[in-house]
Design a binder for this molecule. Structure first.
Ligand code: NZQ
Ligand code: ZN
Length: 392
């Protein structure tokens, strides 16, 4: 077991009709004026935006709003939000939406509280020293951004998608009503379930050590998400399944499933972020399209963990060689992705990168990682290129 640091300051308000609490939560922060930040229309169509405003009105909280956040949120809107928030003297950003709205809100929070170009924090040129507080009303269970220290933004020119990790951006509160996720398209629900599983696996596949309690939590979490993702394919309005997946999403990326493991892998995420930046695909689907290729490329370097995963999570009988069992576990997770209508390669994802683009993807991925990435196996640019090619 390795030493670890665990910090989860987010106050969680979970369950049906919890939107009504948003005004009180903002008030408890001592906030006087809020920027409500949201996506491209779902919050208006579902009536959620009006409910949020009513809850703020009930507590006499002043607000302004800025919509238009797209999946793979863009830096251009972040700049616009920073200017707007400064002009309006906003003291809290309230993201109403999913990972994209939340990450954009986090970036605006950095931009308002620090001098200079906010992109420097994503480009690893500088580290943020402060942030405006961010509150969340979550509408999709997926990224865990509602409790995470991460924000991922895409620079419009060149489609450069980069993450900034810092405790300063962990939301101060998150309102999580599973009912809000019932209006999601099935594809987005499945993307979310995939992302949640992947956040757990990125911490699980490490050669640096383990902690039994953390492994048990991670394995239980993945099994729970798989079970409920299958239920949601048939019954998208199943409240309990929505609730299980929503809470799993937060736990999968707030640090809990990495305690004592000694290292995060996050190579599949690094590979996906480049695809998201270049081809604007949905994050969860991009992960599903790459994971199997990544796993087959690295499993021999992390065999005990792949073996354990196969037996403990995928129910593969432990009656053949360690390697055979590990490979069966990989195949079975890919079968699951197909079952929930996720792609297992780039062609199924609907993208067909040219040789030149593959080289560019691998190059950008290695630059973003500072040269190398991975805990199951350390990957360099040539390895990244090989995995992209395997995933065609
Ligand atoms: O824009 P609207 O109209 O709201 O539509 C959204 C969007 O099209 C729609 N949607 C969301 N909630 C809905 C809904 N439609 C109907 N009913 C609802 N209740 O779903 C689409 C996807 O939304 P988005 O916020 O983009 O999804 P997600 O939560 O998967 O976020 C993806 C982004 O987060 C980043 C990803 O890379 C990607 O940019 N990530 C952020 C992380 C973090 N901050 O910790 C970690 C992740 O690994 C990830 O990288
Ligand atoms: Zn993710």
């Amino acid at each position: 077991m390795n030493n670890f640091y665990y910090y989860t300051p987010t106050k969680v308000v979970f369950g049906k009709d919890t939107i009504s609490k948003v005004g009180t939560m903002v008030k408890k922060q001592g906030s006087k004026k809020v920027l409500i930040h949201y996506g491209t229309g779902s919050v208006k169509r579902t009536g959620l935006l009006d409910r949020v405003k009513a809850a703020l009105d009930a507590e006499n909280i002043d607000y302004v709003e800025l919509g238009g956040v797209v999946p793979n949120p863009r830096l251009s809107l972040v700049y616009k939000g920073i200017e707007f928030a400064k002009k309006e003297n906003v003291d809290l950003i309230l993201a109403v939406g999913g990972g994209s709205a939340i990450d954009s809100a986090k970036a605006i929070g950095y931009g308002v509280a620090n001098e200079g170009d906010v992109w420097d924090f994503y480009d690893r040129k500088r580290t943020p020293k402060a942030s405006l507080p961010v509150g969340v009303v979550l509408t999709i269970a997926a990224t865990g951004s509602e409790m995470s220290d991460s924000s991922v933004i895409t620079k419009d020119e060149g489609g450069i998608k980069r993450g900034c990790n810092n405790d300063l951006c962990r939301p101060v509160f998150a309102i999580m009503d599973p009912e809000l996720t019932m209006t999601l398209p099935d594809y987005q629900t499945a993307c979310g379930c995939t992302d949640i599983i992947m956040h757990t696996l990125e911490r699980y596949f490490t050669s640096k050590g383990n902690m039994e309690i953390t492994d048990s939590i991670a394995e239980g979490l993945i099994r729970t998400v798989m079970k409920n993702a299958r239920i949601l394919v048939k019954e998208p309005k199943n409240y309990d399944a929505r609730a299980e997946v929503m809470w799993a999403g937060s736990l999968s990326h707030n640090g809990l499933t990495g305690c004592g493991n000694g290292g995060n892998d996050f190579a599949t995420h690094g590979l996906e972020h480049e695809i998201g930046g270049m081809f604007d695909v949905a994050h969860g689907a991009g992960l599903a399209a790459l994971w199997g290729s990544w796993a087959r490329y690295v499993y021999k370097d992390c065999l005990p963990r792949f073996h354990r995963f196969a037996v403990m999570v995928m129910d593969i009988p432990d009656n053949s060689s360690e390697e055979e069992v590990a490979l069966k576990g990989i195949e079975k997770l890919e079968d699951f992705f197909r079952e929930i209508n996720m792609p297992t390669n780039m062609s199924e994802l609907g993208i067909h990168p040219t040789e030149e683009q593959l080289i560019e993807l691998a190059h950008k991925c290695s630059i973003a990682a500072g040269g190398s990435k991975g805990a199951a196996k350390v990957l360099y640019e040539k390895d990244m290129l090989a995995i992209y090619k395997m995933a065609l």
